[in-house]
Design a binder for this molecule. Structure first.
Ligand code: IMP
Ligand code: MG
Length: 178
């Protein structure tokens, strides 16, 4: 595999398809064992999560439901002001075991809003699973229970993750060339 160009940026191979599938199988096995005998509902955060959610959920052998939300966060006029809007509100998760699925948790701003929104509906339990996690950037207290891989603070694309809307179709993960 060699470097690829997306718009003005060059990216180099970072996590292969084989490694991705191994990391995802490990998470699926943990979930299958932690929730044995229970029913769960996955709430995936679009758009980035579509490939991870698909590959993970195929390996879940529990009774489960699958739902998706779309969140958009943007900075307001003040640099510290972040507005998060939620689209495609899920059915009530009251008394359900909920696992939120994300492609990547960076600062945690996106996931924090959804976490508290779902928590207010009194789920039986609420956890977060993410394909990638950037521990150096994370600023929140919300616990991230399932992390397929922690990564350094470098921009990545592929396997659902985008640069300016492009690159989501790449089957493995690439990192911005230094
Ligand atoms: P957070 O709200 O700062 O945690 O950012 C999470 C969202 O930002 C993710 O769901 C992604 O959509 C996007 N994001 C963060 N880091 C990256 C990256 O390295 N590549 C692509 N998207 C990213
Ligand atoms: Mg995302």
């Amino acid at each position: 595999m060699s470097a690829i160009q997306i718009k003005d940026l060059t990216f180099v191979p970072y996590i292969s398809e084989t490694e991705l599938q191994k990391l995802i199988s490990d998470v699926a096995q943990k979930i299958n064992s932690d929730y044995k005998g229970k029913e769960i509902i996955f709430v995936g955060v679009l758009n980035g999560v579509f490939m991870f959610a698909s590959d993970l959920i195929k390996q879940i052998d529990l009774n489960c439901q699958v739902s998706f939300v779309k969140l958009s966060s943007y900075h307001g006029t003040e640099t510290t002001e972040v507005v998060t809007e939620l689209f495609g509100l899920v059915e009530s998760v009251e008394n359900k075991h909920v696992i939120i699925l994300e492609d990547i948790v960076d600062t945690g701003i996106t996931i924090e809003g959804l976490y508290h929104h779902l928590l207010s509906q009194n789920p039986a339990s609420l956890e977060i699973g993410t394909l990638l996690f950037k521990p150096d950037k994370y600023t929140k207290d919300v616990p991230i229970k399932y992390i397929a891989k922690s990564v350094p603070n470098e921009f990545v694309v592929g396997y659902g993750l985008d640069y300016d809307g492009f690159g989501r179709n790449i089957p493995s993960i690439y990192q911005l060339k230094a």
